[in-house]
Design a protein around this ligand. Structure first.
Ligand code: ADP
Ligand code: ZN
Ligand code: ZN
Length: 732
């Protein structure tokens, strides 16, 4: 009989320990397989972490252990879900992120292979009937049968339904002319792209950067290149190099909207070997792609965050394009960052990691400056195309705005008109974050927020009240700004839809496309809207930051940032950095073709250094300035952070446990840590659970984390309290 140590995921709490179950059956259960077990009278899926043998009976085993031990209900997999490398990675990720191993497995595996009950109803492998030629002799066949046989013979094998009618095919089968067999049907098919005739010549700068990366003795290299400097071409050249050495490539992009174009680049250059993995595939498609990669049929995998766990073997190169983008970090257990996981995986294979960006994250930049990572640079745009001319528009000045309009300045509308007349294209960008109908002061830019959770308050027309959607806080609409006393309090309630509507009134003949989170839910719509814009079927594309990054539209000569600095008011140590990035990336979309581009930045904080330096694309100055701030305020990259999220139905208990943890940490580490809190987070109450947070800052994470991990494991999941660790949080 086998004793299985089983990890389980329970809906409410993150139980990070295993439970013993028994198995006495015909197979041998291997570690890494899923099993269904009865846990507190509920059938749930578990993951076998370890296996041992016993000669005892169930009764004897139970008595010896002091508790009733049960048999598993059923065995789901015959073979382990993960190969040994990924199994090891799982442990490493769990360890670094202080996360339950089961939560890491959930993040690593496609829906149908996840250790959760719902996966039992997940997609199965789809099959199709095929035929294969056995005997080409046409003796004794009807004309129709001869015709079908010739068709099959010409192709050796073909789909059964394409060979002929069922009657004809079965007649040929009976006469021993053909064989019928089942073959797996791929539900996801990457479009066929015409292969590139001859790859472009690299520029001198691209060659130099490629050489630096190939010759580097370090595992990780930052490729910092201004927007439009041709980073993609460097990725392709590096990939070619590693593919020719027989190694495989993992290409990560930050947003799903960037996958189609990246897949196209790779497919045009490297025939037939590209697989896609990202969250927008259907579970069935993902299942097929996942298994195709695991079978070794793909040499290049392109995808967003979770593709970092692709079961690709023999990896030689992992590329993170736009490595600074926040979506690389999962906002929920296990709170992993694809960059850190990529570095862990690369170490296993002796592979290289290339981190590409025009505005590297501060963590990456600091490591490159200290020589932990190597550094390659593309300091100019391709063909020395100039950076766009930028102009900052002060939104506080009502005189320059369109009549009765708080969104469009006259300058912006004039500039758009000029571009349309010249048959050039325009991108208009809205910042999605902090974005609904909020209330702000037109004079000082102050945004009204909830005193409990700092969320922007939302205006409700029905009762003229300001409400917090997170904690239910309500206040009356103020007469004057609580910050500066001005009476110019206004509601900003426009989404991309409103922008399009208003814009269409100013410019009746303009063809306007729209791309934002709503449209983005429909995968095909994203790709088609972008393709239509590229083909110049739209004059203007209005969107959220999903169009700010990475895209290359040569005919775009004007980019307008409608409200550049809304992000500055967010309560996060990275608010300034994100605002700078957004502006730089947005400005970088303009003037990438033959013609010089313009960028117009509408802002309520026109003299803030994130705005002025973003407009100039002056990363280095911004970095130097913001780093001083980080040092002063003790934030990354000077300090490592761990955020602890406590939740419980009992608010008092939640607070008490948080305080206890804080006290144990302070008793143990003294000056070595700074522990802030407990505070009430942004989402103060979720469902019926109260939340509290602690923030731990330290310079010695390798010392603090193991202790913290065991502390959390000892408390979490007991007495109705749940604790999640967010290691290296992005927002705080
Ligand atoms: P980045 O990702 O650095 O912003 P891209 O990779 O999108 O820049 O390249 C910018 C533009 O330069 C694209 O239009 C691309 O086709 C073009 N380009 C890149 N490399 C070359 C090259 N070696 N010769 C000519 N054009 C190039
Ligand atoms: Zn609130
Ligand atoms: Zn004010």
């Amino acid at each position: 009989m086998q004793v299985l140590s089983v990890l389980i995921q329970h809906s409410k709490t993150s139980l990070d320990r295993s439970f013993s179950y028994l198995y006495d059956g015909p197979c041998k259960v291997k570690p890494g397989c899923r099993v269904v077990v009865d846990f507190h009278h509920q059938l749930i899926m578990g993951y076998v972490d370890a296996v041992s043998e016993t000669t005892l009976s169930r009764e004897e085993f139970s008595r010896l252990n002091g508790f009733e031990t049960h048999y598993i209900a059923s065995l789901v997999d015959q073979e382990p879900l993960l190969n040994p490398e990924l199994e090891q990675l799982c442990a490493e990720v769990a360890d670094y992120y202080l996360a339950p191993k089961i939560s890491v497995l959930q993040a690593m595996l496609p829906p149908s292979l996840k250790p959760s009950v719902s996966s039992l109803h997940g997609p199965k492998i789809a099959y199709e009937d095929w035929v294969e030629i056995l005997d080409e002799d046409e003796e004794g066949l009807t004309d129709k049968q001869k015709e079908a046989l010739r068709l099959v013979a010409a192709n050796k094998t073909c789909l059964k339904k394409e060979a002929g009618t069922p009657a004809i095919v079965s007649a040929l089968f009976r006469k021993g002319k053909i064989r019928i067999f089942k073959k797996e049907k791929a539900r996801f098919i990457i479009p066929e792209y015409e292969k590139e005739k001859k790859p472009r010549e690299l520029t001198l700068a691209q060659m130099k950067a490629t050489k630096t990366i190939l010759q580097s003795v370090k595992n990780v290299i930052l490729l910092q290149g201004v927007t439009g400097s041709g980073k993609t071409e460097v990725y392709l050249k590096l990939s070619e190099e590693y593919l020719s050495q027989g190694k495989n490539i993992l290409m990560l992009v930050p947003e799903i909207s960037l996958t189609p174009i990246m897949v196209e680049y790779f497919s045009r250059r490297f025939e037939g070997n590209v697989a896609i993995l990202h969250s927008e595939l259907t579970p069935a498609e993902k299942y097929d792609e996942y298994r195709r990669i695991a079978r070794g049929e793909a040499r290049v995998v392109v995808g967003a965050r979770s593709a970092v766990f692709a079961p690709l073997e023999n990896i030689g190169l992992i590329i993170l394009d736009e490595e600074h983008v926040e979506s690389y970090k999962q906002d929920g257990l296990p709170y992993y960052h694809a960059r850190e996981v990529a570095i862990m995986r690369a170490a296993h294979f002796g592979a290289k990691v290339v981190l590409g960006s025009a505005t590297p994250s501060f963590e990456t930049k600091a490591r490159a400056m200290r020589g932990v990572y190597d550094y390659a640079e593309l300091s100019e745009r391709i063909n020395r195309r100039p950076l766009p001319n930028t102009h900052i528009i002060d939104l506080r000045n009502r005189a320059i705005m369109m009549p009765n309009d708080r969104v469009f300045s006259k300058t912006l509308i004039e500039a758009i008109k000029k571009r349309l007349d010249a048959k050039e294209q325009v991108i208009l960008l809205l910042n999605r974050r902090g974005y609904s109908s909020y209330v702000t002061c037109a004079d000082c830019g102050h945004i009204l927020t909830c005193p409990n959770c700092h969320a922007n308050l939302t205006y409700h027309r029905e009762d003229e009240l300001l409400k917090c959607h997170h904690c239910g806080y309500v206040e009356t609409y103020p007469e004057t700004c609580p910050e500066c006393g001005s009476a110019k309090i206004m509601r900003v309630g426009f989404g991309t839809e409103r922008i399009v509507k208003v814009l269409q009134e100013y410019l009746p003949s303009a063809r306007i496309g729209r791309l934002d989170g709503d449209v983005g839910k429909v995968r095909k719509k994203v790709a088609s809207t972008l393709a239509e814009f590229r083909n110049q079927e739209y004059d203007i594309l209005v969107g959220t930051q999903m169009i700010a990054k990475g895209h290359d539209f040569p005919n775009v000569t004007l980019v307008g940032l409608v409200l550049a600095d809304i992000g500055l008011s967010l309560p996060s140590f990275r608010a300034t950095e994100s605002t700078f990035e957004l502006i730089t990336q947005a400005v970088g979309r303009s003037g990438r073709g033959e013609k010089v581009g313009d960028a117009l930045i509408q802002s309520y904080n026109p003299f803030h250094y994130a705005v002025t330096l973003g407009a100039k694309q002056d990363y280095e100055r911004f970095y130097a300035r913001e780093m001083q701030q980080r040092k002063l305020t003790k934030f990354p990259p000077y300090y490592f952070l761990v955020a602890l999220h406590f939740s419980s139905k009992d608010e008092q208990r939640c607070i008490r446990v948080a305080v206890e943890i804080k006290e144990s940490l302070e008793a143990r580490f003294g000056e070595e840590i700074l522990c802030l809190g407990p505070v009430v987070p942004y989402y103060a109450i979720v469902g019926d659970r109260h939340k509290r947070c602690l923030l731990i800052k330290t310079k010695t994470p390798t010392k603090v984390k193991p202790f913290l991990g065991s502390l959390v494991r000892a408390v979490s999941g007991k007495g109705g309290i749940d604790i999640e660790c967010d290691v290296d949080p992005l927002d705080y």
